[in-house]
Design a protein around this ligand. Sequence first.
Ligand code: PAF
Length: 290
Amino acid sequence: MAMNAARSLDTVSSVVDLRSRVQAWRADGLRIALVPTMGALHEGHLSLIRRAKTFADKVVVSIFVNPTQFGPTEDFAKYPRQLDEDRFRVAMAGAALVFAPTVEDMYPPGFCTTITVEGPSHGLCGAVRPGHFQGVATVVTKLLLQCLPDVAIFGEKDYQQLQVIRRMVRDLDIPVEIDGAPIVREVDGLAMSSRNAYLSDKERSVANLMYKALHRATLALHDGTPVAQALDTARAEITAAGFGKIDYLDLRDADGLAPLEAFDRPARLFCAAFLGKTRLIDNIPVEPRE
Ligand code: PAF
């Protein structure tokens, strides 16, 4: 039965076919949700699909490894691609359609338009991955306009990306509601990510210590520890755990992502660091006590 569900799951690669499916559902008065992904789907993505089903009658999952959001030395070529397995998971999670365009479908010869979002793109990943959020903003704008869903779901695991997309949708009056879904973690606390597949057994056994250090830092902040001290301790713990270069470990305003020197408003603690060759990111909300 599971195999049948996967076999019968509709998969389209052209915008024309996507629009004709979506228009037919609209004509029936149905609500549509889009879950944009780059594939290599794990439980975190499936939670986005299940969440989308609570908002809409039909869920479209896009699977597209977007070349324009990878830097020249990043992992675009080796990013895991497993469309058959992904289709099976999407079917099991109850989505109605997979949209899997090719690079040529998305970026035909002569493509020369990009979307730049300032504000929340600055700092954090924006500082160390030049061009990344421009690539994300451009492809997400295309996906939203191609599908025109009522709602699109993005994970808080990529919290800066979520804030960039929220701001872009607001600024450009794109008529789609953006929903942010909580991070899904492994039992030991490691945030689920397609890139966890790159970790060796040894690396995997310490990867959750980034989350543990961030969590301890949030407790310290709640106890009144000065921000700089709480962050220094977390950096030292992450380094002692075996992580290499820390791209950033920073407390930011939860909405606009401005740097915070004092913990006086809803905030988010962000970290990106390398474990071997794998770059892991995580973030945790920190709310000041009443
Ligand atoms: O979060 C991701 O998987 C990607 O950045 C997204 C939003 C699908 C755009 O390529």
